[in-house]
Design a binder for this molecule. Structure first.
Ligand SMILES: [Zn+2]
Length: 262
């Protein structure tokens, strides 16, 4: 069990032992403040992880509420157990069976919700003081995948901008280490998307039309286990070009399974 101290903030991260290509070293659950403390992303339902969270809640004088950045299982699976254990603590998310439905601009305990869609269409980040808990909008390392739905990529870039306009000194991501230079990271994330788009535009101009050849050309750095994520993000990039009237007519579009979780 790894705990992550956030210097200068009364926030601690607890990393779950669910490492993988999408979760990096595991999901980070965050506890903000004390008497009571507020939990962001309870994480996967792993006994050891839940025990570590409970211990920290006790140390911090009880739980005020629990908020989800989004409802993917690696962030939300343990919500039911936490609610059972702390029935008085309010639960909040942008969707699902919770006490409080949040949108960008909502306040929940010490948390300011910021609309950061793209990875999920109702993804939220939370700001507490000058720290942002970014879920899967921004990770500690690597890049996130953007889920393909109409407007996803443009909405994602707008979300990064909303974060960039805030006065932040640290990002506490859903996966990976703390980000101590938020402005640089957020600018790099936006630049990374623009760079992919530029490479995609070049590949299309060179006559590439098939999904596999576009992936080979534009996502040549993606390891095999992230090829699926690259397909999703390619689909989102093609959608964006189409929305902007910049997509040639005969481009093959990725076939994607039903993405009910987007
Ligand atoms: Zn995640």
């Amino acid at each position: 069990m790894t705990s992550i101290e956030v210097p200068g903030h009364d926030i601690v991260g607890i990393r779950a032992a669910n490492s993988g290509p999408f979760t990096l070293t595991g999901t980070n659950s965050w506890l903000v403040g004390r008497e009571p403390t507020w939990l962001v992303d309870p994480g996967p339902r792993l006994a050891e992880h839940l025990a570590a969270i409970e211990q920290e809640i006790a140390r911090r004088g009880g739980l005020g509420g629990v908020a989800l950045t989004h409802d993917h299982p690696d962030h939300a699976e343990a919500l039911a157990s936490v609610r059972q254990r702390y029935p008085a603590a309010a639960a909040a998310a942008a969707r699902g069976d919770v006490d409080v439905l949040l949108t960008g601009g909502s306040r929940f305990g010490p948390l300011d919700a910021i609309f950061t869609p793209g990875h999920a269409r109702d993804h939220l980040a939370f700001i507490a003081g000058t720290a942002a808990l970014t879920g899967d909008a921004v990770l500690g390392e690597g890049s996130v995948f953007v889920a393909p739905y109409p407007g996803a990529l443009t909405a994602y870039l707008d979300g990064l901008d909303r974060l960039r306009r805030r006065d932040l000194d640290v990002l506490c991501p859903g996966h990976g280490p703390l980000v101590r230079d938020p402005t640089t990271k957020l600018e790099r994330y936006a630049a990374h998307r623009q760079e992919r788009e530029q490479r995609l535009v070049v590949a299309l101009a060179a006559g590439k039309r098939g999904v596999e050849e576009l992936l080979d050309e534009v996502w040549d750095d993606a390891p095999a286990e992230l090829r699926f994520a690259a397909r999703l993000t390619l689909a989102a990039h093609l959608d964006k070009l189409e929305e902007e009237g910049r997509l040639p007519k005969d481009v093959e579009r990725p076939e994607l399974p039903g993405l009910s979780w987007v």
